[in-house]
Design a binder for this molecule. Structure first.
Ligand SMILES: Nc1ncnc2c1ncn2[C@@H]1O[C@H](COP(=O)(O)OP(=O)(O)OP(=O)(O)O)[C@@H](O)[C@H]1O
Length: 231
C-alpha cells in the first residue's frame, strides 16, 4: 500500500536519510524505531509531504506521490498526528477536531459519531478548551483529529511522549483497535521500546539516517533493537 523506495533526504548539505526503504500495509502497524536524531521524524515527514526527498520513490497505492504537496496527500487518505500533539490550546475540543477538515470538501465536513464512540472523553469535553486537557486527553484528540478524514494511512509521531504510564496503555489499546479494524495502515514512530514492540507487525530501525534492521514484529531480535535504541 505504502512503498518507500530508497529515499535520500538532505537538510542543506547534511544528509538526514540515506537510501531508506519501507512498506506499510492495511491492518498492520509498522514501528519505526531508533535513537534521537537518527531520522525517524524526517522519514514520516517525507511520507506526509512535509519534507521532500531528493531521490527515491514514495508509492501510495501504486502511484508515485513524490511531487505532491502535503494537502494533496491528506486528500488521498494520508493523515498525520505530529510529535508534541500540536493541539490549539484556545480552541475547543470540537473546534480542534474541525481543523482536521481543512482538506475535505464542505459536504464531507462532519464529525462522525464514531469518533466520539472511539474517544468518549472527547465527547464529554467537546466544549472545553484544548489547552485544558491532560496530556493523555490531548493525545487522544490529536489521534481523533487525524482520523477525521477517514485515512487509509495513519502516521503517529511519538504518541507516548509526555504521557503518564497509566494512560500509555490506553493509547496502545486505541492504536491496536484501529489496526484490528483493518481499514488503515499505521506508521508509528516511537522511542518507548515495549510500546513499539508490542504494536509492531513490522518494524524498522534507523541509525544515523540509514535503515539498519527491519522485519516482522514477531521475529524481532529484541537485544539488537534495544542496543540500537540505547544512547
Ligand atoms: N528542519 C531541519 N533542518 C536541518 N536539520 C534538521 C531539520 N530537521 C531535522 N534535522 C536534522 O536531521 C537529523 C534527523 O532528525 P529527525 O528529527 O528526523 O530525527 P528523529 O529520529 O526523529 O529524532 P527525535 O527522536 O529526536 O525526534 C538530525 O540530525 C536533525 O538535527
Amino acid at each position: 500500500m505504502l512503498e518507500v523506495q530508497n529515499i535520500d533526504v538532505f537538510y542543506g548539505a547534511s544528509q538526514a536519510l540515506k537510501s531508506v526503504s519501507l512498506t506499510a500495509h492495511k491492518g498492520q502497524v509498522t514501528s519505526i524505531m531508533g535513537r534521537n536524531g537518527v531520522g525517524k521524524t524526517t522519514l514520516i515527514n517525507t511520507v506526509a509531504g512535509r519534507v521532500l526527498a531528493t531521490s527515491g520513490q514514495i508509492l501510495w497505492k501504486g502511484q508515485s506521490i513524490n511531487s505532491q504537496p502535503s494537502h494533496q496527500r491528506a486528500r488521498q487518505g494520508i493523515a498525520y498526528a505530529p510529535q508534541g500533539r500540536q493541539i490549539f490550546p484556545l480552541l475547543t475540543v470540537q473546534e480542534n477536531l474541525e481543523t482536521g477538515f481543512a482538506c475535505l470538501p464542505r459536504s464531507k465536513q462532519k464529525i462522525d459519531r464514531e469518533i466520539y464512540d472511539l474517544f468518549p472523553v472527547l465527547l464529554d469535553m467537546r466544549h472545553r478548551r484544548g489547552g485544558d486537557l491532560s496530556g493523555g486527553q490531548q493525545q487522544q484528540l490529536a489521534i481523533a483529529r487525524a482520523l477525521i478524514t477517514k485515512p487509509e494511512l495513519l502516521i503517529l509521531d511519538e504518541p507516548t511522549e509526555g504521557i503518564q504510564p497509566s494512560i500509555i496503555k490506553d493509547i496502545q489499546s486505541f492504536i491496536g483497535m484501529l489496526r484490528d479494524r483493518g481499514e488503515m495502515a499505521i506508521l508509528l514512530v516511537e522511542q518507548y521500546f515495549e510500546f513499539a514492540r508490542d504494536l509492531a507487525d513490522q518494524y524498522a530501525v534507523l541509525d544515523r539516517g540509514e535503515l539498519v534492521l527491519s522485519g516482522a514484529g514477531n521475529e524481532m531480535n529484541e537485544d539488537e533493537v534495544r542496543r540500537l535504541m540505547t544512547v
